[in-house]
Structures are given as C-alpha cells and as structure tokens.
Design a protein around this ligand. Structure first.
Ligand code: GRG
Length: 285
C-alpha cells in the first residue's frame, strides 16, 4: 500500500465518521446542550481512534461499516475527555481543535454537561443493538467492557487524577510518568483498536495482538504529543529527562507496535502503515 493509498483510506473513513457523528448527535434548534456537544465534536479532530477501530475490524476480517457506530461512540468519549481536560479546574485551556474551548464558547456549566452528555450517549450508542449486525451484536458486551475499563477509574479517569497530582512535583521517576501516559492516553487508543477486532472476531489471538499494537502505539502517541509541546510547568518525559530519552522511547514503542502485529501477516498492512505515517508526519528522527 502506497502513502497515497493510505491517505485516501484515512480521508474516506474520516468523512464517513464525520457524517455518522452528525447523524448520531443531530442539530436540534434551541437545544443548548446538544449545541455544546456538537460544537466540540463535529467537524474537528483527526478521528484517530475511530479509524483505528475500523482498520482493526478490517484487519480481523470484518467490515468497517459494521463497527462504524461503535467507532463514533469512541470519538464521543475522546471528545468528552478533551472538554473536561480544558476546564478551568483542570488544564484551563482557552482553545481546542483550532477554536475556543467548549467552556469558553458555552460557559463552564454547559461544558461540563456537554462532556457528561457525550460520555453517556456514547455508552447508549455502543449498546444500541439495532445499530449492529448479528455477528457483531454477540461481541458487544466484551467490547464495551474493554472500553469501560480503559476510560474508567483504573484507566483514563485515574490517569487524569494522577496527572493532576504529579503536576507540582519536580523530579518524577520515569516509571510514574509512564504510568500516567499509559492510563491517560494509551489505554483508550489500545481499546479503540482491540474493540474493532473483538466486535467482528471475538476475543482471541487476533484481538490480543491488536490490543498490544494499540498499547505501544498509544504510548508513542503521548510521547510525541509531549515532545511537540514541552511545557516547563507540566512534568513530562521530554521535559524532565530530555528529548533524546523521549525519542529513544518512542522508537522502542513504535518497534514494539509493529512487532505485535507479526502474527497477523498481510491483513495488518494498514495498521502498520498507520504507525509509519504517524511516525513520519511527526518527524521524530
Ligand atoms: C478529563 C477524565 C478526563 C480525562 C482527560 C485524554 C485526556 C484525559 C486529556 C486530554 C489532554 C491530552 C493532551 C491528552 C493526551 C492525549 C492526546 C494527545 C489527546 C489529543 O488527541 P488527538 O491528537 O486530538 O487525537 P484530536 O483533536 O485530533 O482528536
């Protein structure tokens, strides 16, 4: 697969995800809650996590369309985390996805509720059996359980809690920073990929390879983000241990991500290409 073909693949699925999200959270006049949800969600973001879910479903022998609603629900969870992360009581960010953050545009109370709404609606969509064909329905429970664990009190919510508590510490062990990255970012990316495979093929060797692929990709993803935005007030691996340590770690995670897919052969070509693109685009080396 050429780079051009991968770009076409990514842009085709991004459009498909955007169209579906637009249907799932419709524009209802005079509905402030839904307007705030749509403001944060619609026409923004790379759609990295839903596309990973779709590409993984295909790598596991299924059809991307069959997991589309589930993939959109994952994007809704991701968007909720961004809205809440930007709040004054968290990162206090004025902008997100190239425009004023949700609380800047709609006020704090509505932004909190928009995040709550996106999170809750995501679980409704993941479990709305009418949205899925029979062979996917039977795997919904396993996939939803994986996503819940990834974003819950042992996953992203705990990661964010740890992140807040380490913010004032000066020198943190690498292991603690890795734990924050793992919980805050890598678990959802890993679960996005693995859920696609679980939905079409059930739990098993293939979904396990893809889960590990996503875990390593997720760790590299967070380190890349830190590398491009070294914030002196925020403890991060490149900030505390230097860019070289971060770059070396990214290379190790990228290699492990590729290696995790070895058992899948040519079915995993798009998953490999996604790592390469992500790696090249950010010009790590
Ligand atoms: C508030 C419970 C709670 C959790 C927040 C994920 C997170 C935890 C906060 C977001 C802040 C952040 C920079 C997290 C690191 C992960 C990351 C790089 C998110 C941005 O994801 P992209 O690059 O963004 O996929 P787009 O906008 O393209 O979707």
């Amino acid at each position: 697969m050429s780079d051009h073909e991968l770009n076409r693949y990514l842009s085709r699925w991004k459009k498909r995800v955007d169209k579906e999200l637009n249907k799932l959270i419709p524009n209802i006049p005079n509905n402030k809650l839904q307007s705030a949800m749509r403001y944060a969600l619609i026409d923004s973001g790379k759609r990295f996590r839903p596309i990973l879910c779709i590409a993984s479903a295909e790598a596991a022998g299924g059809a991307g369309e069959d997991v589309l609603s589930f993939a959109c629900a994952i994007e809704m969870i991701h968007t909720y985390s961004l809205i809440h992360d930007d709040l004054p009581c968290m990162d206090n960010a004025d902008t997100r996805r190239g425009k004023p953050s949700c609380h800047r545009a709609f006020g704090e109370a509505l932004a909190v509720l928009a995040g709550d709404g996106l999170l809750t609606e995501a679980f409704r969509i993941m479990t709305e059996v009418a949205l899925y064909p029979d062979h996917v329905r039977k795997n919904l429970l396993q996939a939803v359980n994986l996503i819940s664990r990834a974003v819950g009190i042992e996953g992203m919510v705990l990661g964010q809690t740890l992140d807040i508590s380490v913010t004032r510490a000066k020198k943190l062990p690498l292991r603690s920073l890795n734990t924050v990255n793992f919980k805050k970012t890598a678990l959802l990316i890993s679960a996005s990929a693995a859920s696609g495979a679980i939905l079409v093929a059930g739990l098993g060797r293939v979904s396990e390879c893809i889960r590990r692929y996503g875990e390593n990709l997720g760790m590299a993803f967070q380190l890349m983000d830190d590398l491009h935005d070294i914030d002196k007030d925020e403890p991060s691996i490149p900030g505390i241990y230097g860019e070289k340590v971060a770059r070396d770690l990214i290379l190790r995670y990228i290699n492990k991500s590729h290696k995790s897919l070895h058992g899948l052969g040519s079915r995993a070509v798009i998953l490999h290409k996604i790592v390469d693109k992500f790696f090249n685009d950010l010009q790590v080396v």
